[in-house]
Write a protein that binds this ligand. Sequence first.
Ligand code: SF4
Length: 326
Amino acid sequence: MNGLKIGSFEFDIEKAKSELEKIGAEKIMIQLPDGLRPKLDRFLEQFDQEIVVWGGSCYGACDLPEDIGENDVLIHVGHAEIPNLKVDYPIIYLPGRSIRFQEIPQELFKRLEGKIALYAPVQHLHQLDKLTEILSEEGYEVVIGEGDDRIENPGQVLGCNYSVRVEDADSHLYLGTGRFHPLGLSFSLMRDVLIYNPSTGQIDKVDEKERDDFLRKRFASIVQAEECSKIGIMISRKKGQRRMKTAEVIRQVGEKEGKEIIPIELDEINKNSIDDLNLGCAVNTACPRISLDDSGNYDTSLLTPDELMIALGRKDWEDWNMDEID
Ligand code: SF4
């Protein structure tokens, strides 16, 4: 691909242009995630059409505008489509692809065995082919799982969905940066996950000790919830994070167990919008990363829906798992 390069990412502008042509779009709305907003100019100069910038949030493909006004199409930058999320306007997805791929160190081969399952976030998905080729040449059997309806591409991991897991693989290798996705994957498999960072060539692992340390922190929130008489239920207005059925189930169970349940509808979930309500404890039905990755930034104790079930004695602690959206 010979696309728009920004930092270590490349965007397939030619593909976007050809899709715009097919649609016959004259007016575009463009939506950029936080990290790319300062690079708006670089995107604007690529297109001849009239462009309006979406000024609201863009946490993922789960976070699409309700409508695009007078515009013909939305260009959503940075993420792949969530296939089971439907909107009534056309969208062109323009994910960023990492252009760095360091030579695989010998140590990685030594740490792999048997059938190897590969995983990646959208920025590194295109590198799975190359990794498959390298591993196959080394004699490994490689397998890449298909996800459920929330997942567009084989092997693709979201912070809210690990349905591409391959339970019967002997080794699990995550290609990418960051800790949250491989940790979530490791919980969803209850197995160790090796991490290869193709940008730096570093190898790392999420193991049982890391899972235990993480669970200890979650346990503190669950204990706190047991003692709260009032519990908020956070319900997102974002289309791809809105889980009304889950919210209703936990409301009913919470009330049966004698808790006062307070539903909270939110456009934006942040420290102020929750902590100012002074509830002490709230269950987050929106993006799981808010309760599992970001909870340290809140004074309110944030739980996942399953964690409330544990706090209320409806589920066993041993059944703790990552919160996922399907
Ligand atoms: S819900 Fe969270 S993890 Fe899932 S796609 Fe949206 S921002 Fe990403």
